[in-house]
Design a protein around this ligand. Structure first.
Ligand SMILES: *Cc1c(COP(=O)(O)O)cnc(C)c1O
Length: 427
């Protein structure tokens, strides 16, 4: 039985799956697309959203549901929706409240895939985004709002810029402008940061990263904070009858969870981008050790950042855990124990060509297009994850040509440091 007073560590292990007498103790993989009912009426009630239950695994599934419940408990939200990828979570978090002809604001320091999604694909759908310099003062940020602005999107710890979001400023901005603050909490995870407690209204994750934690499963999740007033006049799709669901009014029928229910029964239903049971099972398994893994990731990254900072062949290191980092105080304020995740970036003296040599010389740390799992890895964003961006967009996202992104795993830190040391000696 989950208990709302449980602490994060207990929820990570126990929340979500609640077996009844004689049922499997461990979350089973319900690898079934369909569900059996005794009467046609019972199924009709599901279609009308009058009863709760599973009808088809494009919309919900018991294994995914357990994962969703655990994520909602960890983030302190009222409901969650699993998605096939982090990209889908980001997309639906916007399209759920922002339609063609409307506009939203996004903090400039974002994951490259999110920039591409917002500036290309959503643009094609008629949704306009303004990427703002997130360090501007509140009054200046307000000038980017238009009458049709429907939301603000930002990352807790930006990938790979490592900027920490100024939650006080952004939540004040969102409140003043009457729009929800949507936060991508992928790098921080609910272990280091709980955005809903800092004024955010919706949280999204690429569960592919620390949630799964072992690089086995692409997935995403949207968590509804249940703390935004959709009836403020700006969101008629929430407060007026939905003709695609027999005139259901989300805020009336689903109260606090209106946003999550709408995301599921409109977007997930229509687009078909739900998490698979297998990936939910693995992501849930990953979550069981989230609170054990995250402190080690942070500790190892801190030590590697300190080692690289002192290394004569390293030009610069970017990790907010370093005391001279511009966002060090913000990290102390908003992240548990000031932990900044396992991700850091650095550049070697001599630039991109020398950096490539270092990457090729690493033995323990592999070159991988991934981040935030138990194994240490490196990536060169300018030629990989952020390749589709223009040179200006790369700089705006915090990606310089020489930047190497390290995802520090949970191996023994002495071995990790020794590996970087020998690779740096090759240049
Ligand atoms: C990886 C990532 C995404 C996209 O997630 P996928 O699961 O790869 O689709 C979104 N946001 C951040 C911060 C990421 O690191």
């Amino acid at each position: 039985m989950s208990d709302k007073n449980w602490k994060l560590e207990t929820n990570a292990v126990q929340a979500g799956w609640e077996p009844k007498n004689g049922e499997p103790r461990v979350l089973p993989i319900y690898q079934s697309t369909t569900y059996k009912y005794d009467t046609a009426h019972a199924v009709a009630q599901l279609f009308d959203l009058e009863a709760e239950g599973h009808m088809y695994s494009r919309i919900s599934n018991p294994t995914v549901e357990a994962f969703e419940k655990k994520m909602a408990a960890l983030e302190g939200g009222v409901a969650a929706v699993g998605t096939s990828a982090g990209q889908t979570a980001s997309m639906i978090s916007i399209t759920n409240i922002c339609s063609a002809g409307e506009h939203f604001i996004a903090a400039g320091k974002l994951y490259g895939g999110t920039v591409a999604l917002f500036t290309n694909t959503l643009k094609k759908m008629g949704i306009e985004v303004t990427l703002v310099n997130q360090e501007l003062p509140l009054e200046e940020l307000k000038t980017y709002f238009k009458p049709n602005t429907k939301g603000i999107f930002a990352e807790t710890i930006a990938n790979p810029a490592m900027d920490i979001l100024d939650f006080d400023k952004f939540s004040a901005l969102a409140k003043e402008m009457g729009v929800p603050l949507i936060v991508d909490n992928t790098f921080a995870t609910p272990y280091l940061c709980r955005p809903l407690e800092l004024g955010a209204n919706i949280v999204v994750h690429s569960s592919t990263k620390y949630i799964d934690g072992h690089a086995t499963s692409v997935g995403g999740v949207i968590i509804d904070g249940g703390n935004f007033d959709w009836a403020n006049g700006k969101y008629p799709e929430m407060t007026e009858p939905d003709p695609s669901y027999h005139g259901v009014v989300y805020t009336e029928q689903f109260g606090d969870a209106a946003y999550a229910v709408k995301a599921r029964v409109q977007w997930i239903r229509d687009v078909g981008s739900y998490m698979s049971p297998m990936n939910a099972f693995l992501s849930n398994l990953g979550l069981e050790t989230l609170h054990v893994r995250m402190p080690r990731h942070c500790e190892n990254a801190q030590k590697l950042a300190e080692f690289l900072s002192a290394h004569p062949k390293v030009g610069w290191v970017n990790y907010p855990g370093l005391s001279d980092h511009p966002h060090h105080d913000r990290a102390q304020k908003y992240l548990r124990d000031g932990g900044c995740s396992g991700v850091l970036t650095f550049g070697v003296k001599g630039g991109a060509a020398e950096g490539e040599k270092v990457m090729n010389s690493l033995r323990l740390a592999a070159i991988v297009v991934h981040v935030a799992d138990v194994r240490t890895g490196v990536l060169h964003p300018a030629s990989m994850t952020h390749r589709q961006l223009t040179a200006e967009e790369q700089i705006a996202a915090g990606v310089t040509p020489d930047l190497i992104r390290v995802t520090v795993g949970i191996e023994n830190i002495d071995d990790i440091i020794a590996d970087f040391d020998q690779a740096l000696q090759q240049i």
